[in-house]
Design a protein around this ligand. Sequence first.
Ligand SMILES: [Zn+2]
Length: 292
Amino acid sequence: MRLTTVPQISEPLSGETAASIADAILGATRSGGDWSSLAAGSQPFACGTVSVPLSLLLSLLQPLGSTLETLLWLHTAYGYLRYGMSLSTEEAVVARLTYGAANGAFSNPREPAWTAQRKMSARTCAICERDAWRQRGRRGVLCDHQLPFVTACSRHGVTLRIRAAGGAPPALRSVAMAKANDVAFSKSSAHIWRWGRDPSVLRQWFANALAEQGYRRGDGTFAVRELGAALAVFVQECVSDARLRRLMEYPLRARQLTGWISGRQSAVHAAYLAVLNMYLRSRSGGPYEEYA
Ligand SMILES: [Zn+2]
């Protein structure tokens, strides 16, 4: 192999998973997304975005300017998953992500099945992969493509596919455009993920948007029944994933969402926030980028 064909990690891609960065440094093919940085017998964590403890990854990246904070928020799905966690679970998960399970303080939180990475099948966009290859000379896997129920690239509007094995440059054949609703859901999910660092801002945005659209009254109470009915119709028309549609059919979902927005309820799973976000923006026409 000629030296110029050996990928070298200079710096992470924007939004690249920590697992992908670790693969590029420690893995067999020196290209992100093949899970070859995982220790034998261990499983990826946080929607498959983490394969080795972030403290270890940081020691390998220095002195490139990353910190544990930037790795956690920009390169893992933690910012998405944390909405559904109690404070004590958040602390345990951050410890697990940062230092691994070896410190003995971690017990696996109860997570819904759809937040777990059951198979080692990273989702990827062919165009994003090609761009990563051009920029960095290696493939990379991005966090927002790994979020639950996401099937489209929010940047390119194409359908995601399972990453092909190996470290070779990706082929660009058979790129399929995704449905507009699936792209909107991807944008909404990525938006929720980015705001995971400061959910209070998202709460306030939701409160304002619900007021503008008639679901929050002047006295601060919510028109829960009306919101639930509108969401039920929206979900049937616009959410592709049958599991997510069923989860949204839960009769108290609108009450749960407004409870979280008002601060009465501390945790709510981010996928439901992503659906509500998508619904409100479909009505207002507001761009996600405005709040990114
Ligand atoms: Zn893409």
